[in-house]
Write a protein that binds this ligand. Sequence first.
Ligand code: CA
Length: 228
Amino acid sequence: MHIILAEDDPALAESTARALRTQGWVVDHTPRGEPVPASVKADPYDLVILDIGLEGIDGFETLQRVRAQGSTLPVLMLTARDAVEDRVRGLEMGADDYLVKPFALAELIARVRVLTRRHQARLGSVLTMGSLRMDLQARRVWIDDQALDLSAREWAVLEYLLSRAGHVVGKEQILQAISGWDDALSENAVEVYVSRLRPKIEPAGLRIRAVRGFGYLMEEAAPAAPGG
Ligand code: CA
């Protein structure tokens, strides 16, 4: 994995880069924002870690320039404590996540893993939503780094709902999608699998909402209030 780190505080940059390198990742460090857009255009980076206060143009301007050239590279912003407006602004400008300084290096590494996985998922046969990741080829599903145990039918229902996230799907549709295993399944069975899935995917920030008279809707649970 190849990471570009823009951070002007030498001590923080050094400890951050060192922590990332312990994972076997390659880290290029710059105290300035200006070189970042050209670098991510020229080289196949996997992630950008961007401080807001930098030498020269700030992190926001840097982010804007990266996105303006069409890059979908994951960007993790580093923000000051209590700087809620900075976090919101960063996310609205296309940052994928943020970390509040001072942060634990273990948390940094975890966030980097989540962001890069999510990015790879957009490029491959992996469905992701919230912190849930469903690898259709490996037939495995995780919440963060925790593997999830699903029966074959729970898997099928989850895959069906996840691949149509944001759309209401009927019980009959779900039934058809999973009926290969058992012709005797009824729509009640769909309800049973949905009710088994709900507590399993809840830690990923996901919920399956029942839409009366229609079916189900896979959606992200409302996020916690910032700072709360
Ligand atoms: Ca700084």
